[in-house]
Every structure is written in structure tokens, then in C-alpha cells.
Ligand binder design. Structure first.
Ligand SMILES: [Zn+2]
Ligand SMILES: [Zn+2]
Length: 787
């Protein structure tokens, strides 16, 4: 400590880790130091940012406080370590040259929605970037989707081909400018451009925004006139049309061969969204957050969007614009629409049903020209495909249904150190993979269903890309036990010393343990569609005593046959018939209910033979199939176009009952719990089916039956947890699995468990569906390796 002109001078070294590179952190530090007349330096190094700062004590304290309290919006400080060092008596504060190897281990920020400063400039006619669709700064813009390699530098992004003009370069070089070292910095003179391609007339018109005709305005006008167009965005292409135009939405749905899944919407502002849906304060904050996910919201009864946007749904997935191009498009679309008409666009993934989202221009032309009449393209390449993320508010918090754009590649902090660099390959449907090192787990963007070559390719390429970006070369791999999953085959083909198979539902439960940092044993309750069991059966409703090391299966839904495997998933009538046969034997044919009257006897005969001979009829304890069966039994649908469709409709129906003015007599359908020594207990729902059948015969409405069924399942699961608590003494419950995307069931069950004084944990950071199991796999594998 020394004294200069009467005041005490100190020097401190401050080492900061977290997301502190590529987010404007150094200029922020520089500005704070100048403001307080401090001297020293700031630099990027291999783990984050190092600062040495010197000056009077109180100025240093203020500086240190500001680091945490006023950090730039995209920065995330994971640790800040301060140590005193000897003063050097410099005369200025500088941004020093990055250290060799710097940024190699630093985190890459996710893509981030346009910030308010950039938005103001975008719509300011006097600004030099007025209406420039690629405006960005260190606080916003593309990151993950344009990065090809590390360190994060313009040269290693798809912005490499654009040389900055003198004005942009000056901003880039000025530490006090908002665009200091903003790698995607650009303007209309030097940066990417949009152009419109008309596929229908075969003409390509490339129009620079500097010329009079603005392609975005042209596209907005065509959309307002009913066109279906492809729009190149941040992580891929969207297919867009006017969401209020019934004919256009129907045309899009027909051409996309996607008959049932709802389309996401984009609206220019929150006020417009409030005209479509109910929006709570939490939901409004989520919609407006810098991540700008698709948020699932409850539709208002007078919601004006075309019925084909989300057929049979009472929710809508809505997002706000998140790139300058989207802001300009929505504004131009509002101007092109008839006065008084709500400007809302369908913005659904640019792909045919089941294929990954298109993200390269040639690919888009090839695959989307049969769906869209033209496309709004641009010449900034997308390096990494990334779908929109999907989130909703449920059971008192956020539930992530698809972890992707603007969330990836932010790591999830683990409660323990991984003993080795690890890869987890995830599941088959809604695949994500996960790479981990130290205490960080990087769950990948949504890859999709690993059922075709395109998805498998994006899985492989994604893994290679993540390995490079985060310098994680796995020495062990975790995989699902299902021998036929492509992700499993990929893992088994890898050349690594250790391979760890993780049971599907154990991985689900472990994902909850990992994200909440729970190290002890819990009651794990997994409710799911399909997961390979250790006995070869198709598991799906499992109550286990579990920790990261392992699990003991204490109870499950009683087995029924799954006749035809995948066919039984596509045809819920099969499961309804199977459950009726279980409840009544062959006598179920005499039941006087619509489902049985309409059932094709010869088809059932074939199934019964398959089951009797054990042909393609694995036993299953799937909760998803139980929901399918009840949906078919009460006449909702006999066939589905995607897994979960019947169950979702059953939930919608039950919610009508929940909201309904006249609430039928309360009541729980009966069930039986069979306990046998040394064996998992089984939950027998045959009594439930007999009660539902008599309700149908009494003329009880389908919505009332659906409501009562949900309450009954919640009660059954809560009863099981209570029994497990008596047996094990455990009081913490972890819930996971695709069935918990059913909000009604989840909320009822959580409420019931909390009434019973359980401590309940659900997934908040990763999806409860199979998109979350890669995180669980990595946690289980780590526990095994540590041993
Ligand atoms: Zn900005
Ligand atoms: Zn420029």
C-alpha cells in the first residue's frame, strides 16, 4: 500500500470467469475504469477476463461493485476472484492484447434478440443503419449460429467474407463504442444484404436496400396478399403466411404434409399477442426476454387466428421478433395489412414434416420450393442450424419444451466435477446430445427425431462442432440402452475407452438431479411414452429410488402388451382394446359403448392372435399409451399423426372440464396396487377402465371423464410416492418424462405431493421430454466413472 498525494493507492488483480468474452465486457470494464480515473489494464485470457486496476480505495470498491451490478446484459459472471498486487503507477487504463490461447476455453454466447439501442437506431431515419436488417452490437445479434471455430473472432464466423467499411471499422476499434469488437458488426455499405427470390415465376430479383425497392416490403405485401413464403432467419428458414388468412394457412399445412402439429406465430408486439392469448406478467417477461423463445399461451376465446394454425389446441405458441429483419418484416406486414387487422404471421420451421429445419440456401430452394412461392434470403451464412426454443410457464416456473436458439450453447453448471471429458448421445426422439468437462455440461440445440439421414448428419456434425468450440474431446460416452437407437449405435461405434449405458428413465430422473444439484437419493417418478427397460420391456411409468449412481425400480404401471410396437403408438385404438381385454377378458365385445360397437372385429382378432403368440407384442408400462387408450375409448381418436397427439387432446378436453362452470361430481377412478415380495409393485388400472366404461354408459360427458381420469392418475402417482416414502424414508420426489408436458397432470400432481409434505423437483433447465435425457446420461456416467 502506498500513498500518493495524501490518498491511499492500491492495485488489485481481478479474475473473472463466465460468459465474459464477445459480450462487450472489456469496453464495459474500460469505461468503468475511465469513469473512476483508475489505471491498469483488462485482457481476455484462456479462461475469461483478467483485470489489474489501481487507484484510491473507495474508487476501487466502486469499480468492483459495478463489475457485478452493471455488467453488460449478455455477460454472466460465474466467478470473480480478487487479489492485492503491487502498484505499478501507470498513467492510463488500457485494453491489452489478448493472451496467446485466449478465448480457447472461453464461453460463446447464445444468439441474442436485437437490443433496444439497436432497435432505436433501426427505426431512426437519421441513423446510418436506418432499416438495415443486420444491425447488431456487442449486446445483441448472432453468435452461436455464425461461429465456425474458436477463438470467437470475425475471421472464424460467417461474417468473414464482409470487410468492414471505415465507419464500421472505427466503431469496432473504439473501446468506448457499443460496437467495440462486435464481431458481426456491419452496415448497409459493407455487410450482408437481403434479396427476394420468386420461385413461382422462376425469376430471381436481387434488390439492394440502397435502391428504391425494399425486398422486405415486397415480401410483406405478398404475405398480406396471401402468399406462403420462406424467410431466412437466424438459425434456419421459417415458412411464413398471414395467420389470419384461413386459405393461406390451409395451403401451408397441406403443402407441408404436417396435418396436425400447431404452427408457431410471430406478432410485432405484446399488445397484439394480448389480443390472441392470455398473457400473465411472467409470460410477458419471458416473451420479451433477450432469448425471445416461442412461449405457449392459452388462447382467448375470441382469438382471431385461422383454426388451422393449431387445430384442436387451446394454446398457441407465440414469439416476438428477435432479429432486425423480423422487426422490419412485421412492421412492413402491419403496414401492408388492412387497417384494423391484427398483423400476425405464422413462422413455422422451414422443413417438410419430420425433416430438420433448412438452413442453407441451396438446400432451402430444393426442399422448400414445393411449399413456398418464394423466399426472402440473405447472404450471411448460417453455420449451425438452430430451431426456435419453446418454453411455457407451469407449476410455478419455466418449463422448457425445446432447448435451442438463444439458450444454446450456455452451459448448465453441474454440482460436481466430471472426472473425464464426456459425451452423452441422448435418445431417439427430440434428440439432443451433451458434452461435458469440469463442472460444465453443454446440452446441444434440438437435433430432432433421429429417423432419417439428414437428422443423423446434423447429429454427427453437431457433435464435431461442439467438440471444437469447447475443446472437449470425450474419453467416455454415455448412451441409451435401446440397441436400435441410432444415437446408441453412434456411441457404440466410437473409439473411446469407456462406454456407459444408462437406462432411459434413470436418465430422465438424473436430469432433474443434475440441474438442481441434488446429490442424495430421491423418489424418481418417470412418466413417459417409450423407454427401453432393463428387462427388455417398454417402460414408461416407473417409480424408483434413485441417485446418480443407480436406481431401484420399486413400482410400475402393470404390463400390458404393445401389439405391433410403433403401430400401437400410431393407432391408440389398439391400446384401448388391449386395456378393455385386460379389464373384461373376451367379454369386452359385449360392452354397449360406441368404441366397441365401432371396433373392427377382424382387426382385433389379428391383434389378439399376435398377443397370444407373443409376436411383436412387448410388454409395456407406458403412461403415454395409457393416455392414448383412454383418449380412444372415449371417442377422441383412433389414429394419431404424431406421438402424444391423442394424449394432448385428452388434456385439452379435461381442461374444458376444469374451466367449466358446472363441475361434475368429484371422484377418483379406482385402481389397485399389487405388492409382491422382492418385486416391484404394479399399478393395476383395470378397475379404472371398468369405471370409465360405466361412466360412458351412464352418459357422463367425455370432458368430465377426461378430467376425472387426470385427477385419478395424479392421485395414483401421489399414492405411489407416499407408499415409497414409507418403504424408503425418502421425502424428495423428482418428476420427469414426456408425460409431464401435460400441464394439467403436472400441476395436479405437484399440488397433491406438496400437500403431502413432499419436496418436489421438476425440470426447469432442460426439457422433461427426451430432449433432456442427454444431461441425465452425462450425470449418471460421471457418477460411475468417479467410483
Ligand atoms: Zn444491439
Ligand atoms: Zn459498414
Amino acid at each position: 500500500m502506498s500513498s500518493v498525494m495524501g490518498s491511499t493507492i492500491e492495485r488489485r488483480r481481478i479474475i473473472i470467469q463466465g460468459i465474459v468474452q464477445g459480450v462487450g465486457f472489456r469496453p464495459f470494464v474500460y469505461g468503468q475504469a475511465l469513469h473512476r480515473s483508475l489505471v491498469g489494464f483488462v485482457l481476455n485470457d484462456s479462461t475469461g477476463v483478467t483485470i489489474e486496476v489501481e487507484g484510491p480505495l473507495d474508487a476501487l470498491d466502486g469499480f468492483q461493485h459495478a463489475l457485478r451490478e452493471q455488467a453488460p446484459p449478455l455477460a454472466r459472471i460465474d466467478s470473480l476472484v480478487v487479489e492485492p498486487v503491487v502498484p505499478c503507477y501507470e498513467t492510463s487504463f488500457i485494453i491489452a492484447q489478448s493472451q496467446a490461447g485466449a478465448e480457447r476455453h472461453a464461453l460463446i454466447s447464445p444468439d441474442t434478440a436485437t437490443c433496444n439501442d439497436c432497435l432505436r437506431e433501426l427505426f431512426d431515419p437519421t441513423d446510418r443503419r436506418y432499416h438495415y436488417p443486420f444491425i447488431n452490437c456487442t449486446n445483441c445479434g448472432p453468435r452461436f449460429t455464425i461461429v465456425k471455430d474458436v477463438p470467437y473472432d470475425r475471421d472464424k464466423t460467417t461474417m468473414r467474407v464482409f470487410s468492414m467499411c471505415p465507419a464500421c471499422q472505427a466503431e469496432y476499434d473504439d473501446p468506448l463504442n457499443r460496437r467495440f469488437h462486435a464481431q458481426p458488426n456491419a452496415c448497409a455499405l459493407c455487410g450482408p444484404q437481403v434479396h427476394f427470390i420468386n420461385w413461382v415465376e422462376g425469376e430471381t430479383r436481387q434488390v439492394s436496400p440502397l435502391l428504391n425497392a425494399d425486398p422486405i416490403v415486397a415480401v410483406a405485401q405478398r404475405l398480406a396478399a396471401g402468399a406462403v413464403l420462406a424467410i431466412k432467419g437466424l438459425g434456419g428458414y421459417h415458412l411464413a403466411c398471414d395467420a389470419l388468412n384461413e386459405e393461406a394457412v390451409r395451403r401451408l399445412r397441406q403443402r407441408k404434409h404436417r396435418e396436425a402439429k400447431p404452427f408457431a406465430l410471430m406478432a410485432p408486439d405484446l399488445e397484439t399477442i394480448r389480443r390472441l392469448c392470455q398473457v400473465s406478467d411472467t409470460e410477458a417477461a419471458l416473451l420479451q426476454s433477450h432469448r425471445r423463445p416461442i412461449v405457449l399461451l392459452s388462447q382467448r376465446p375470441d382469438c382471431p387466428v385461422a383454426p388451422d394454425v393449431a387445430p384442436a389446441y387451446d394454446t398457441l405458441g407465440v414469439m416476438l421478433p428477435y432479429t432486425p429483419l423480423h422487426h422490419l418484416l412485421l412492421r412492413a406486414f402491419a403496414e401492408a395489412s388492412e387497417p384494423g387487422r391484427l398483423p400476425v404471421l405464422v413462422m413455422t420451421s422451414g422443413n417438410l414434416s419430420d425433416e430438420p429445419i433448412a438452413y442453407q440456401d441451396d438446400d432451402a430452394r430444393q426442399r422448400l420450393a414445393s411449399i413456398a412461392e418464394g423466399m426472402l434470403a440473405h447472404n450471411r451464412d448460417i453455420h449451425m442450424r438452430c430451431d426456435d426454443s419453446v418454453v411455457r410457464i407451469t407449476a410455478g416456473g419455466e418449463q422448457i419444451l425445446r432447448w435451442s436458439r438463444s439458450y444454446v450453447p450456455e452451459p448448465i453448471a453441474l454440482p460436481f466435477d466430471l472426472p473425464l471429458p464426456l459425451l452423452a448421445c441422448g435418445g431417439h426422439l427430440k434428440n439432443t446430445f451433451c458434452l461435458g468437462k469440469g463442472r460444465q455440461a453443454f446440452v446441444s440445440h434440438h437435433i430432432g427425431d433421429l429417423e432419417n439421414l439428414e437428422t443423423l448428419t446434423s447429429f454427427r456434425e453437431g457433435i464435431e462442432h461442439f467438440q471444437r468450440l469447447f475443446d472437449i474431446y470425450p474419453r467416455a460416452v454415455a448412451y441409451d440402452l435401446h440397441p436400435e437407437y441410432l444415437a446408441t449405435k453412434y456411441a457404440l461405434d466410437m473409439d473411446v475407452p469407456q462406454k456407459i449405458g444408462v437406462q432411459h428413465h434413470h436418465a430422465h430422473i438424473a436430469s432433474v438431479l443434475a440441474e438442481h444439484g441434488l446429490q442424495g437419493s430421491v423418489i424418481g417418478l418417470a412418466a413417459d411414452g417409450t423407454g427401453y427397460g432393463t428387462d427388455g420391456a417398454v417402460w414408461g411409468c416407473e417409480i424408483m429410488a434413485a441417485d446418480l449412481m443407480g436406481f431401484e425400480r420399486l413400482a410400475h404401471l402393470a404390463y400390458v402388451p404393445l401389439p405391433g410396437g410403433e403401430q400401437a403408438v400410431r393407432q391408440p385404438w389398439r391400446m384401448a382394446a388391449v386395456y378393455l381385454a385386460q379389464a373384461y377378458g373376451d367379454a369386452f365385445w359385449e360392452l354397449d359403448i360406441p368404441f366397441v360397437r365401432e371396433l373392427d372385429r377382424s382387426k382385433w382378432h389379428v391383434l389378439a392372435q399376435m398377443i397370444a403368440r407373443g409376436i411383436n407384442s412387448l410388454p409395456t408400462s407406458s403412461m403415454g399409451r395409457l393416455f392414448d387408450a383412454v383418449a380412444a375409448l372415449i371417442g377422441l381418436r383412433n389414429e394419431v399423426l404424431y406421438e402424444g397427439q391423442a394424449a394432448i387432446e385428452l388434456e385439452m378436453l379435461a381442461q374444458q372440464q376444469e374451466k367449466g362452470i358446472h363441475k361434475g361430481q368429484a371422484g377418483i377412478y379406482p385402481f389397485t396396487i399389487n405388492k409382491r415380495d422382492q418385486m416391484p409393485a404394479t399399478l393395476d388400472v383395470a378397475p379404472m377402465f371398468r369405471a370409465i366404461v360405466s361412466n360412458i354408459q351412464q352418459g357422463v360427458s367425455a370432458s368430465e371423464i377426461a378430467g376425472r381420469f387426470h385427477s385419478s392418475i395424479a392421485e395414483l402417482l401421489a399414492t405411489m410416492c407416499s407408499g415409497t416414502r414409507e418403504q424408503t424414508g425418502l421425502n424428495v420426489v423428482a418428476l420427469s418424462g414426456g408425460v409431464f408436458q401435460n400441464r394439467l397432470l403436472l400441476e395436479q400432481l405437484v399440488k397433491r405431493l406438496e400437500e403431502m409434505a413432499f419436496q418436489v423437483y421438476v425440470n426447469r433447465r432442460v426439457p422433461p421430454n427426451d430432449g433432456g435425457i442427454s444431461l441425465g446420461q452425462i450425470a449418471v456416467a460421471a457418477a460411475h466413472l468417479q467410483r
